[in-house]
Design a protein around this ligand. Structure first.
Ligand code: NAD
Ligand code: UDP
Length: 335
């Protein structure tokens, strides 16, 4: 198949590119504003074009017209951006993504859209999140953190509507905190806001700085090894049963509080390096860490029976997921 991957230079995109190059089954054209994370990632079946999709509609139209499947990974995906620049989030994550979907419709191309587990929002911690059953409950407007989930939710609803009308074939993925190589970016000791939690805690381990526990670190997440996420992608790409459906991509067995994650990462770092860690665990409010408009949320484990029904199963537990990601960062040159 010929794939066009928009946002190929990001964390998920660069890992997917590497994985698809190794498999060698599909021809992939990757597009991104940045090629930094694709350094050293190349192969005969992968071509990269550096472009801003918001400024190059003719290019995206042309690429989509020549593809079999379009994979849309373009988004602002860090909570600190939702708080600082909510309008940019809705412009990119809703309007620009919708434009991609409309281009797919015009050319009759299938769309694989990365959404988010955050669409489930503030669901009470009683049950698993189930794709076609759980309510999607978002916080107040003054907590602009929810603009991300709102944009993604509306996009999902538009794709569903077009699917009902027979305009579009789509598959929606809802990722549950994927972790792996090339995750966001490292920061200086004591930095607030910025990247997602793995990058913060990894930076703290490397610098000896504090590990901030937002709102006491009692909130929970399920983390997914990027290798499992890559496999989920190919299962969905190749399954006729994925047409016009939404799938959780996550590992319910990795459920952890953020405080326990900080302690686990310290332990893994000590095992891998033989050095002791002295990172102070510092409790901080969400507004102090991210700014006014942040609200934290608990996430319950995903129900993954829908994707398991297509033959996928996550293989990596919590410890292995973080061991591999930390090991990757230890192998990098940090000056
Ligand atoms: P990322 O920020 O690493 O990747 C997004 C990529 O899109 C970046 O490389 C960025 O440069 C690119 N991009 C942004 N604007 C662009 C533009 N105008 N033109 C071209 N490229 C542009 O994020 P990620 O973690 O790889 O996430 C990919 C997708 O998965 C996003 O839609 C995100 O919302 C979703 N998602 C990811 C996770 C996760 O666990 N990583 C969780 C939930 C949802
Ligand atoms: N978090 C934290 N310390 C940090 C960074 C994040 O306690 O240094 C918390 C954050 O408030 C959230 C969780 O870790 O509760 C996961 O945050 P992340 O940004 O990785 O992803 P989210 O799942 O919230 O999109």
């Amino acid at each position: 198949m010929k794939l066009v991957m928009l946002g190929a230079g990001g964390f998920i995109g660069s890992n997917l590119a590497e994985y698809l190059i190794d498999r060698g089954e599909h021809d992939v054209v990757g597009v991104d504003v940045s090629a930094e994370k694709l350094t050293g990632i190349s192969g005969g079946n992968f071509r990269f074009i550096e472009a801003d999709i918001t400024k190059a509609p003719d290019l995206t139209d042309d690429l989509i017209s020549q593809a079999d499947v379009v994979v849309d990974l373009v988004a602002y995906a860090n909570p600190s951006i939702y708080v600082e620049a909510p309008l940019e989030v809705v412009r990119l994550n809703f309007f620009e993504n919708l434009r991609i979907a409309e281009t797919c419709m015009r050319h009759g191309k299938r769309l694989i859209q990365y959404s988010t587990s955050e669409v489930y929002g503030k669901n009470p911690r009683r049950q698993k999140f189930i794709e076609d059953e759980s309510d999607l409950i978002l916080g107040p407007v003054v907590k602009q953190r929810w603009i991300y989930a709102a944009s993604k939710q509306l996009l999902e609803r538009m794709l569903h509507g077009h699917g009902l009308r027979g305009d579009l074939e789509y598959t929606i993925l809802r990722p549950f905190n994927f972790v792996g190589p090339r995750f966001d970016y490292l920061v200086e000791a004591g930095t607030r806001g910025g990247p997602r939690v793995f990058a913060h805690f990894m930076s703290a381990l490397l610098t000896g700085g504090p590990m901030y526990l937002v709102d006491r670190g009692t909130q929970r997440r399920c983390f997914t090894h990027i290798a499992d996420a890559n496999e989920a992608f190919t299962v969905l790409l190749e399954s006729p049963g994925a047409a016009n459906e939404v799938f959780n991509v996550g590992n319910p067995d990795t459920d952890t509080s953020i405080r326990d994650l900080a302690i686990l990462m310290q332990k893994i770092y000590e095992d891998l390096t033989g050095k002791s860690t002295h990172n102070e665990l510092v409790e901080i409010s969400g507004e102090e860490f991210y700014g006014v408009g942040y609200e934290d949320t608990n996430r319950v484990p995903p129900d993954i029976s829908k994707l398991e029904g297509l033959g996928w199963k996550p293989r990596f537990g919590l410890e292995r997921t973080f061991r591999d990601a930390i090991q990757y960062n230890l192998g990098q040159d940090h000056e």
